[in-house]
Design a binder for this molecule. Structure first.
Ligand code: CTP
Length: 446
C-alpha cells in the first residue's frame, strides 16, 4: 500500500485545495492530510484565518478525499509524521517547490502544479477589509500600523492627530486634525491618545457607531468605564481594552495553569514593571506628552493580579514617590493588595529601575516569569523538588499586538466580544487610577 501525506491550512476551502487533494490521493492508496493548528499558524506568521481548526478539519473531511486527518502543531513535525505513519510520498503544491527537498531522505517528495487563479488569501480578500483609524501620538502608532500588516482582513486607513506637522507620514494613510472626519471614514478606531482623553475619544467613537480598541486605562473612573461598556452594548458595538500581554500565548497558558491548580492555592503575586526610557526623570522634558507610571504601567501590572485573585480586594494601599506632584507624575508607585485568601504587590516605575519579573506563589509551587514578563514567551513552574520543575516557551510575535488585533477583528465579525480583558477588570483598573488621582489610601515618600 502506498501512503501519501500532504499539509496545508485549508482556510475557506476552495477548488485549488480540492484539486490538490484529488491529485495527492491519486499518487497512492492512502492519503493523510495534515492541517495546521491555529497556534502553529501563528508562529508561521499566517494569522487571522477566517476559520478555526475545527471548521477547517470539517471542510477537508467533507471532501471525502482524506483517509486520515492529523493536526500539524510544531516545526519539525513532518519528519516525525513520515516516520511514524510509514509514508512513501510527501506532496504539496508547486508554490513550495524546493522547500521540502530535505524530506527526500525519508520518502519521495512530489510538488504538484498549483491551480492558477485562486487562493485562500483571494477568498478572504473578497470580503471588505476592516478599516481602522488611529488616535494618538506617533511613537505608539507606528508599532500598531506595522502589526496590522500581519493580520488578514484589516487595514489602517487614517490617523487623527491634533498637531500633524511633525508626524512621519505613512504612505496611503490620510492624516486629519478633525476627529469627526476620522470617524466618518473608518469602521473602528484604536485609541492610544493621552490617558485623560481615552474616555472622550472612545465615547465619541461609540456614539458615531464605531467599534473601539482602547489602550488601558479606558477611563479615569469606574463609572465612566461602565458607561462606555453600556454604550457599546446598546449600539451593538465591540469595545475592547487593549492590554497586549493578555494576548501572548504563553501568558494565556500561564493563567490557565494557575487557575487549573498547577501550583496549588495561590497565596501571593509579585509584579514589577519599570522603564526609564520615557525619560520622565529628565529635567526640561515636555510633561504634557508623558504618561505617568500608574497609567503607563499600572494596567498591565494589575492584569495578573485581577485575573487570578479577582477584583474584590479587602484592602489596598499606594506608596508613591512623585516626580512632579502637581502634574500627577509618579516616578515610582507600589500598590499592596490584601484579598480574603492572598496578597499581591505591584510595583510600577518610570523614574526607577528594577527587575521586571512576575512571581506567583502557591501552596505547592510557584510560577516564575523572567523580565520583561509583560512580553511573555517563557515561564517556569517550580517546585520544592527541582526535578519536578517545568519550563514553557511559546513564540511571541509583535509583543502580542497582532493577536489582539485578530481578536478585535474576529469580535467585530462575529458580533461576540472576544476580549481577553473582561469588563470588570477594565473597570477595576479605572477605579485604581481614580483612587490614585484622588490620593485615596496613598502614602507619599520623598
Ligand atoms: N494549493 C493549490 N492550488 C491553489 C491553492 C493551494 O494547489 N490555488 C495547495 C497548496 O500548494 C498546498 C495546499 O493546497 O499544498 C494547501 O494550501 P494552503 O496554504 O492552505 O492554501 P492557499 O490558498 O495557498 O492559502 P494562502 O492564500 O493563505 O496562502
Amino acid at each position: 500500500m502506498i501512503k501519501v501525506i500532504t499539509y496545508g491550512t485549508y482556510d475557506m476551502l476552495h477548488y485549488g485545495h480540492i484539486r490538490l487533494l484529488e491529485r495527492a490521493k491519486a499518487l497512492g492508496d492512502y492519503l493523510i492530510v495534515g492541517i495546521t493548528s491555529d497556534d502553529y499558524d501563528k508562529t508561521r506568521g499566517k494569522i487571522n484565518n477566517q476559520q478555526s481548526l475545527i471548521e477547517r478539519i470539517a471542510s477537508v473531511k467533507a471532501t471525502g478525499l482524506a483517509d486520515e486527518i492529523i493536526v500539524e502543531e510544531y516545526e519539525g513535525q513532518k519528519i516525525d509524521d513520515i516516520r511514524r505513519y510509514n509514508i512513501d510520498i510527501f506532496t504539496v503544491g508547486s508554490d513550495w517547490e524546493g522547500h521540502f527537498d530535505y524530506l527526500n531522505e525519508y520518502c519521495k517528495v512530489v510538488y504538484l502544479p498549483r491551480t492558477q487563479g485562486i487562493s485562500s488569501s483571494d477568498v478572504r480578500a473578497e470580503k471588505r477589509k476592516l478599516r481602522i483609524g488611529l488616535v494618538g501620538s506617533a511613537a505608539f502608532r507606528t508599532k500598531f500600523i506595522n502589526e496590522t500588516k500581519y493580520v488578514n482582513g484589516v487595514e489602517v486607513v487614517g490617523v487623527y492627530a491634533s498637531h500633524t506637522g511633525d508626524e512621519p507620514e505613512v504612505q496611503n494613510l490620510f492624516y486629519t486634525n478633525s476627529y469627526d472626519e476620522l470617524l466618518e471614514k473608518v469602521d473602528a478606531v484604536y485609541v492610544i491618545s493621552k490617558p485623560e482623553n481615552h474616555y472622550m475619544h472612545t465615547k465619541l467613537a461609540l456614539e458615531a457607531g464605531k467599534h473601539v480598541l482602547c489602550e488601558s486605562p479606558m477611563a479615569y473612573s469606574k463609572t465612566q468605564c461602565k458607561e462606555l461598556y453600556v454604550l457599546a452594548e446598546e449600539n451593538n458595538l465591540i469595545l475592547m481594552d487593549a492590554i497586549k500581554t493578555a494576548y501572548a500565548t504563553a501568558y494565556e497558558r500561564l493563567i490557565f495553569m494557575v487557575k487549573g491548580g498547577k501550583i496549588g492555592k495561590v497565596v501571593s503575586i509579585d509584579v514589577v514593571c519599570t522603564s526609564l526610557r520615557d525619560g520622565i526623570a529628565v529635567d526640561g522634558v515636555d510633561l504634557s506628552q508623558k504618561w505617568n507610571s500608574m497609567c503607563g504601567w499600572g494596567p498591565v501590572a494589575l492584569l495578573p493580579v485581577f485575573q487570578i485573585f479577582g477584583v474584590d480586594y479587602k484592602d489596598r494601599v499606594f506608596y508613591t514617590r512623585f516626580q512632579y506632584k502637581r502634574e500627577n507624575i509618579d516616578a515610582f508607585t507600589k500598590i499592596d493588595f490584601v484579598y480574603p485568601a492572598g496578597v499581591a504587590s505591584v510595583k510600577v516605575a518610570k523614574g526607577a529601575k528594577a527587575e521586571g519579573e512576575l512571581v506567583i506563589a502557591g501552596s505547592e509551587g510557584y510560577i516564575y516569569v523572567p523580565a520583561p514578563w509583560w512580553k511573555t514567551d517563557y515561564f517556569e513552574v517550580r517546585y520544592e523538588n527541582p526535578a519536578d520543575n517545568k519550563r514553557f516557551f511559546y513564540q511571541l510575535d509583535g509583543e502580542g499586538i497582532r493577536y489582539e488585533i485578530v481578536a478585535f477583528a474576529k469580535a467585530i465579525e462575529s458580533g461576540r466580544n472576544m476580549s481577553n480583558v473582561s469588563e470588570n477588570i477594565s473597570e477595576a483598573i479605572a477605579q485604581i487610577i481614580d483612587d490614585f488621582n484622588n490620593r485615596i489610601n496613598l502614602i507619599e515618600f520623598q
